[in-house]
Write a protein that binds this ligand. Structure first.
Ligand SMILES: NC(=O)c1ccc[n+]([C@@H]2O[C@H](COP(=O)([O-])OP(=O)(O)OC[C@H]3O[C@@H](n4cnc5c(N)ncnc54)[C@H](OP(=O)(O)O)[C@@H]3O)[C@@H](O)[C@H]2O)c1
Length: 326
């Protein structure tokens, strides 16, 4: 597929490198408001808007701030181009529904880069949950305790703001972990949360905790932070009728489940920058998302993270914000 990427910031470099590792995929150009060249591929042509692109292309990658994804998707759909957007789908229900509808009406694919869904241990756990292999799931405790210094927030005037980032670590960094939570266990029916801004001059929270109750009684907890210096690997601890297991940065690191063999895929390694940095230097999971996106277009099937399932992740985050205790 031939791609145009919109946005020339941090994550655009991950796409340049991921696309160059995929022989069937080509980056033909970039869209930059500022006429800025891509940092790691300055030779790639740049246009000011998608409508101005005068090379042939099949799909658009949206690498713009969270709250602009719907605009890019709606514009791409009006041009008949498939859309792979960075996470989250968008930051409001209305925006997500508008972009989904625009892509459906235009008959183009819409997929979200929730690249952790491609990680083999997450997929193995997903298959076991779907089979009911754990019996009753009692509790899931998620800790996404990361660190960003003030210079991260100062690197974009929208960062940590509600208008375009849509929130702090729940919407931005822990979005990936909450996506895996929702993908595996669904949405809760009851939420309470507490949020605080401890360490940064930003509008949104930089630390918070939520307590969630699911329809079947399962109790979830999540702590999300960018104030937890020095930044820690993300942990998800799952307690079930048959025993417990732990995923640390998407790898099974503890498994004590009666009658179910540890499905961890040996030798898998993925370098995570997320505890301390916005950069994504290991491009393999982005490559897997791009390959799935292209296969979904070819086979006319749902992508691994389509709009309906990705929408749930934003829904959960918005509910965590909405049910904040003051
Ligand atoms: N999947 C992952 O692991 C991962 C990791 C990091 C980020 N992300 C996601 O990727 C997206 C971009 O994040 P990023 O870290 O690359 O952000 P960034 O460094 O700020 O880059 C965003 C780019 O969007 C363009 N843009 C267009 N309108 C803008 C506006 N009003 N304000 C600011 N920038 C605007 C800018 O490029 P021009 O000035 O050239 O137009 C800017 O460089 C976000 O949705 C984020 O959640 C995903």
């Amino acid at each position: 597929m031939r791609y145009v990427i919109v946005g020339t910031g941090n994550i655009s470099s991950t796409y340049v490198n991921a696309l160059s590792a995929l022989p069937e995929s080509t980056l033909v150009g970039a869209v930059s408001r500022a006429g800025r060249a891509l940092k790691v591929a300055p030779e790639i042509p740049v246009w000011p808007t998608l409508g101005a692109v005068d090379s042939a292309f099949d799909a658009v990658i949206l690498a713009t701030p969270n709250g602009l994804h719907h605009q890019g998707a709606i514009e791409a759909a009006s041009l008949g181009k498939h859309v792979l957007t960075e996470k989250p789908l968008d930051i409001s229900i209305e925006a997500m529904d508008r972009m989904t509808e625009a892509c459906r009406t235009a008959g183009v694919m819409l997929a979200v880069c929730f690249q952790r869904r491609t990680r083999p241990d997450n997929q193995a756990v997903k298959a076991l949950v779907a089979k009911g292999a754990f019996g009753r799931i009692y509790a899931v405790d998620l800790a996404a305790k990361f660190y960003r210094d003030q210079s991260y927030y100062d690197s974009g005037d929208y960062r940590g703001g509600l208008a375009l980032d849509g929130g702090g670590p729940f919407m931005q960094q822990a979005c990936h972990n909450l996506d895996i939570y929702t993908w595996l266990f669904g949405l809760p029916r009851q939420i309470v949360s507490m949020l605080e801004t401890f360490a940064h001059a930003i509008e949104a929270e930089d630390h918070g905790a939520a307590l969630m109750r699911h329809e079947d009684g399962m109790i979830g907890t999540v702590v999300a932070s960018t104030a937890a210096k020095p930044g820690f690997a993300a942990r998800m601890e799952v307690h079930t009728e048959r025993g417990s297991f732990t995923l640390t940065d998407d790898v099974i690191t503890q498994w004590d489940v009666d009658g179910v063999e540890n499905p961890s895929v040996p030798g898998e390694h993925y370098h995570h920058d997320g505890a301390t940095s916005a950069a994504v230097t290991d491009t393999s999971a982005h490559e897997a998302i791009i390959e799935d996106f292209e296969a979904a277009v070819r086979e006319n099937r749902e992508p691994l993270a389509g709009p309906d399932s990705a929408r749930k992740t934003t829904e959960l985050i918005l509910d965590i914000y909405k049910h904040r205790l003051r």
